[in-house]
Structure formats: C-alpha cells, structure tokens
Design a protein around this ligand. Sequence first.
Ligand SMILES: [Zn+2]
Length: 74
Amino acid sequence: MSNRVVQGRMVTPGKLAEMVEGSSVLEAEDITDADRPCPECDGDVIAVGYMPSVTEFVTGYKCQECDWSDDDRD
Ligand SMILES: [Zn+2]
C-alpha cells in the first residue's frame, strides 16, 4: 500500500490521480515522493503515475498541504 495523507485526508493512488486529473482514471501506480517543494506553499509534493485513458500515461503531482497540483503534459 502507498496511501498518503493529503490535506489531512488519507488517499489511495487512484484517489490522488483523480484529484490531479479532475475525473476518474483507469489505473494508478504507487505514490512516490516528488523531491521538490510546492511552488505555492513550499510543502511536500508527491507524485503518481496514472492512465487517464488507454492510450495515455501521465505523471501527476500534488501538494500534501494545499490545493496545488500539476501534471507532466506539455
Ligand atoms: Zn502547496
């Protein structure tokens, strides 16, 4: 299991991917540390790889302290 606490709530990899994507995803990998600070609040950022569709793989980033999130799409 790689559940993490985000903004005070325990989230699974799938739930974290949904928070970044804004909709449900097909599959999500384990949550990892992104080793970079949040640009908004300097909090810890975690990363999760997920598939929003069968043809796409995205790495999403989410701050554990605030609403900030991002992904690696161009
Ligand atoms: Zn933040």
